[in-house]
Ligand binder design. Structure first.
Ligand code: SF4
Length: 182
């Protein structure tokens, strides 16, 4: 059986979902038999070098670069999966969604207690910086998402069972204890 090609990324996420994937422990040896990683922080491949079977997305979209990367994943992956609460609902970063973005920037760079010595009141304005969005968007509001794996992070067992079922075409059996929603 040829290996499935898998890509992963972290958008507005904390890498906890990637850590959970690594938490499958010794099953990672089996995973390497099943898949070849393409663009992913796991192998540090920065750009897609081939069409992928599965894309795993951690994190929602808080800036223009997140949107660009997510659209690239949709273009290059047959199946796209939102992994974790940040990808599914925006997660912790989406706590800013009820606050105008100008107020967030003001607090972060000018008024906040940890701003320190920004006496010249400089706001980040380099052209290379991605534009912050008006709010944090879950991935399915930007592109079509095929599956959602809940949890913060999803349990390693859930990631493993879902990936194996998807890659082998077997029925996905999810005992209650491997799914969590927080
Ligand atoms: S869902 Fe939880 S673990 Fe995953 S990126 Fe968001 S905060 Fe981190």
């Amino acid at each position: 059986m040829s290996k499935a090609i898998v890509a992963t990324t972290s958008l507005a996420g904390c890498f906890g979902c990637h850590m959970s994937l690594l938490d499958i422990d010794e099953r990672i040896l089996k995973l390497i038999e099943l898949v070849e990683f393409n663009k992913s922080p796991i192998d540090d491949i920065k750009t897609f070098t081939k069409q992928c079977d599965v894309g795993l997305i951690e994190g929602g979209c808080c800036n223009s670069e997140n949107v660009h990367v997510l659209k690239e994943f949709r273009k290059n992956c047959k199946i796209l999966i939102s992994v974790g609460e940040c990808a599914i609902m925006g997660g912790l970063p989406a706590m800013r969604n009820n606050i105008p973005v100008e107020e967030c920037i003001q607090e972060a760079y000018l008024d906040g207690p940890t701003v320190g010595n920004n006496t010249d009141k400089i706001l980040p304005n380099d052209d290379e910086l991605p534009m912050i969005l008006d709010k944090v968007y879950p991935c399915h509001e930007i592109v079509k998402i095929d599956y959602h794996l809940p949890g913060c992070p999803p349990r390693a067992d859930l990631l493993w069972e879902a990936l194996v079922a998807l890659l082998t075409g077997n029925e996905l059996k999810l005992p209650y204890e491997v799914v969590k929603f927080d």
